[in-house]
Design a protein around this ligand. Sequence first.
Ligand code: IMO
Ligand code: MG
Length: 425
Amino acid sequence: MNKTVIIVGCQWGDEGKGKIVDLLTPQVKAVVRFQGGHNAGHTLVLQGNIPSGILHKDVLCFIGNGVVISPEALLKEINELEANAVPVRERLRISATCPLILPSHIALDEAREHGTGAQQAIGTTKRGIGPTYEDKVARRGLRMHDFLNPKLFAEKLKTLLAYHNFLLEHYYQVQTVDYETTRDRLLALCDELIPLITDVPAQLTHYHQTKQPLLFEGAQGTFLDIDQGTYPFVTSSNTIAGAAATGSGLGVRHFDAVLGVSKAYSTRVGHGVFPTELTDNIGAELRDRGHEYGSVTKRPRRCGWLDGVLLKRAVLLNSISSLCITKLDVLDELKTIKICVGYTLAGQTLQEIPLNPDALKHCQPIYEEYPGWQCSTTPIKVFSKLPHAAQQYLKRIETLTQVPIELISTGPDREETIVHGFSVG
Ligand code: IMO
Ligand code: MG
């Protein structure tokens, strides 16, 4: 039985993790976010920091220390949910040590993406995520607990803004951010935020000791990981399963299973290497049928075939114990379907990613081709009722990765899911 489950994306985000978390939430006591910020968007219901479990009563939602928080965006999200009769404040708990995203972080993110500075555009969500993580690591950032001491908060903010404004004015040559306005705006939120602060590590450890099932919800995906992803076109946090421990404070021995979520094909938002990208009409068809537009920034997503080499790598990096394949229905109409099983690089055949990650951009995919099934999989509820060709495609993914596929999503609704052995609790 899986008690403490980590859900991670196996690709570049947007794998449909939100729907799966929503589906599994009724089986758990709490849902925990452990990294990322409000760049994580779930097309499902929410577009922000709050775990997608928030809609379920009797389930607590935790924001762990690995998550960066924009106080203003968080409260806006809370208020919107409350306007829709979701009692967020009863269900939400936030770590005291979450770094704070300031307006100047957003200004820096924008300046870097547009500006004349040396850095190449990454295609970020411009939410200030990267600059906030930078300040965390540089040990100069503000954190949630700073709201508990407004005087110290104001002093730290003044020092940090002086630094940010120096960069904005002299390096990027853009508008600076006013200290007094920022201080007053943020401190006005104190009274609303302080009651949400909790000792997250202690609470989660208590749940573990009392054998309550927990779900850890990753944001983005494996190849946006700051260390293991397609650097520098990545996000600024660790997105892989190991971050569930460091980003929440629950000890590493207390996790039982890792559920990797992958689409039946691939997508990527923003810049960076994408070996199986399709720039032809099949890519456009996947984008149309899969509604592949960013949930946060609305950008069209780049689309391509499933990359089995990267999926195997995701299994290794996350120690994935079960797979969930989403958006199988998007392939329903295709005559043939390809899956990348290796690369050629400088005349050599590779089964794994090259040792030098920079060489990935020169890798040519080696494809296996499978017949499509050309009928709708959406109404199907059990694996054995799937068309033979769809079963073959999924079994190929299993043999390639050596991991069982235990969930299959065939449409956006909760009911449009084939549960093939996976459960929590
Ligand atoms: P969900 O939760 C897809 C991408 C951006 C960019 C890179 C860095 O929906 O999976 P950042 O703003 O994080 O500094 O941007 O990461 N990115 C995402 N792509 N889904 C997301 O979230 C993403 N969050 C960030 O496009 O390439
Ligand atoms: Mg997204």
